[in-house]
Design a protein around this ligand. Structure first.
Ligand code: GDP
Length: 635
């Protein structure tokens, strides 16, 4: 039978590590959580355990990681890490092998003793020497946090509560400005919160190139549990590879069930530490404030592990987090600096907006002259309102910024300016060039059952070069946020029996993201399969443009033979495809090589006008021939 080490430890008033030590002594295999034993063996183990004092040392066979230490001590991995960082000033991930003396001190912090079976094996395997940091001037910077979660689970309340209880400002009457971000200063460190909660804003910013969030706090109401937008938030954060800390909110509500939330989370790949995983879960109430100090501490702990650094003297890397038009002050933008320092008087270019920083305010509404890494600042002086998520560039002179802005505006007028999105047709090329190995998909369907069915079918599709990865699935129409996510993850949006939300279609067009909708699951699967195998043939359809009659034939010495034509219906376009009929019989199929009106080259001619036409490689036309103009459009 299988026996839990933790249960046995509890029974004897010992730590799991003591049980593991006895098992090791007796030569019984275990995985630090459970072991297999029959009644006789268990009897033997119990006898041995009865002899063990809670003060006796725990024996480790080799070097210990924080995760193993937590298992041996019977405490949470977050507790272990917090102790390492705060008490022992040691940075370690859950799987870092600790030095023997550090491991022993760690055990002492928890009132336990650690000894090593083999002193030589206890030495951590020397890690590969790290390359020297590129920027020696890099300094620790505060983490930037976004709060996400389902509607009404308390995102706004949590942000407000944190702001009210932690942002001290006597000078300005305690009223902080809503500038899109604020900072909380704690004895252990500073945290920057983005004030626009939700994964939509997060991914919209990413789609514009800004990756400002370091940590996502996922708010889940304890009286409601994991909901569709909770799952969306998880998928969006995961796609951005941003670590998630869970805040189980509303624990003050009678009947709230945080444990249920935790087990629901495991189904979505977030395994709480209490269940042996490494997701930090904090129980909080945005109403009473309970648990919020612990949440803030956990954010700082996570930040320590991420080793966030920036060089305040380095080149400026900054992004807009919010912008608006203020009646009195003109365009104002809140900028968050990732690297370098933003200074009053600098000239900025943000996409096509430019200007000199006239004034800078912090989130308390206080005038500041500069803003370093992770410090949000509201600036004025731009000529227009930029978009959230856009990159901020610093220029020596305002004139240079303006010239570049004008150049950008001009270049966007050209039709070649397009999104960079992935299309099923383009997939093959990227696969063969080794650019991508997975086809990322965002899947939407009408009901949960069809979401499961579609995903089930899709997940079976793969070949040697690529496989399908579903980065997000959900019930309902394709949304703008889906398009943003698809854009950032180089994915395609698939809809099954659903429509496309208004705005999402134009967003997709602008970003070059492909949305494909289907009514038959088999066709959907077939297209994806063909795309992966590079067999997806684009379907074209003939679209009629217009009808033209040849009324005269000229033979011009300079140009050669030209058909003098009259457009009877629709239009004719230079370069378009044509079919020429003589008494119903087709005498030519090809393209228009030149289209002139009087002496000028024209792009197209409408009904009721005369024009001169030459065909590609054909001069056999006669008066009375009828030209059908058409183009092939992809369906
Ligand atoms: P959001 O949509 O996620 O931003 O949620 P809100 O912050 O607007 O909160 C939704 C509702 O839940 C509001 O009526 C809040 O007062 C309430 N609420 C938020 N947090 C708590 C909490 O911790 N306890 C209780 N009892 N109510 C809360």
């Amino acid at each position: 039978m299988s026996i839990q080490i933790a249960d046995l430890a509890k029974e004897f008033g010992l730590r799991p590590g003591h049980v593991a030590t006895v098992l090791d002594d007796l030569g019984i295999a275990h995985d630090h959580a459970s072991f297999e034993a029959d009644d006789d063996a268990l009897e033997l183990i119990r006898e041995a355990l009865a002899e063990v004092s809670p003060d006796s040392p725990i024996t480790a066979k080799g070097a210990v990681t924080p995760r193993e230490a937590a298992a041996l001590l019977g405490v949470g991995a977050a507790d272990v890490q917090r102790t390492l960082v705060q008490k022992l000033k040691t940075m370690a991930t859950l799987t870092t092998q600790l030095k023997p003396e550090v491991a022993q001190k760690l055990f002492e912090q928890f009132g336990a003793k650690l000894q090593f079976a083999d002193a030589a094996a206890a030495k951590p395997v020397a890690p590969k020497p790290k390359p020297a940091p590129k920027q020696p001037a890099a300094r620790k910077r505060p983490p930037v946090v976004t709060i996400m979660g389902h509607v009404d689970h308390g995102k706004t309340s949590l942000l407000d509560k944190i702001r009210k209880s932690n942002v001290v400002d006597t000078e300005h009457g305690g009223i902080t400005q809503h500038i899109g971000a604020y900072q909380v200063e704690l004895p252990e460190g500073v945290i920057t919160f983005l004030d626009t909660p939700g994964h939509e804003a997060f991914t919209a910013m990413r789609a514009r190139g800004a990756m400002v969030t370091d940590i996502a706090v996922l708010v889940v109401a304890a009286d409601d549990g994991v909901m569709p937008q909770t799952i969306e938030a998880i998928n969006h954060a995961k796609s951005a590879k941003v670590p998630i800390i869970v805040a189980v909110n509303k624990i003050d509500v009678p009947g709230a069930n945080p444990d249920r939330v935790m087990s629901e989370l495991t189904q979505h790949g977030l395994v709480p530490e209490a269940f042996g995983g490494d997701t930090i879960v904090c129980k909080v109430s945005a109403l009473t404030g309970e648990g919020i100090p612990n949440l803030l501490e956990m954010i700082l702990l996570q930040a320590e592990m991420l080793q966030l650094t920036a060089d305040p003297k380095g080149p400026v890397e900054a992004y807009v987090v919010e912008a608006r038009l203020d009646k009195g002050r003109g365009p104002v933008a809140t900028i968050l600096v990732k690297n370098g320092t933003l200074k009053k008087g600098q000239s900025l270019l943000i996409d096509t907006a430019y200007g000199r920083i006239r004034s800078m305010l912090d989130y308390r509404g206080k005038q500041i002259d500069e803003a370093g890494p992770s410090v949000p600042a509201e600036v004025t002086g731009l000529n227009q309102v930029p978009e959230a998520g856009q990159k901020v560039e610093v220029f020596e002179k305002e004139a240079e910024a303006r010239t570049e802005a004008e150049r950008r505006i001009e270049s966007r007028k050209s039709p070649t300016h397009q999104g960079r999105g992935l299309t099923l047709k383009g997939l093959r090329e990227k696969l063969s060039q080794g650019e991508i190995k997975e086809l990322n998909l965002v899947v939407r369907a009408d009901v949960q059952g069809s979401v499961e069915a579609v995903c089930g079918v899709l997940q079976k599709i793969k070949n040697e070069e690529a496989q399908v990865r579903i980065i997000h699935r959900g019930v309902g129409n394709v949304t703008r946020s889906d398009v943003d996510l698809a854009y950032t993850a180089d994915a395609i949006c698939l809809g099954f029996n659903v429509g496309v939300e208004s705005g999402a279609r134009s967003q997709a067009k602008q970003r070059g993201v492909e949305i494909r909708t289907y009514k038959i699951i088999y066709e959907l699967a077939e297209d994806i399969e063909k795309a992966i195998k590079g067999m997806l043939e684009p379907k074209f359809e003939e679209q009629h443009l217009g009808t033209v009659e040849i009324r005269m034939v000229f033979d011009l010495s300079r140009y050669g033979k030209v058909a003098g034509c009259y457009v009877t219906e629709g239009k004719v376009v230079r370069g378009c495809q044509v079919r020429v009929r003589r008494n119903k019989e087709v005498v030519y199929e090809g393209k228009i090589a030149s289209l002139k009106h009087l002496k000028d080259d024209v792009r197209e001619m409408a009904a009721g006008f005369e024009c001169g036409i030459q065909f590609e490689g054909w001069t056999g036309f006669e008066v009375g021939d009828v030209i059908e103009a058409f183009e092939m459009v992809q369906v």
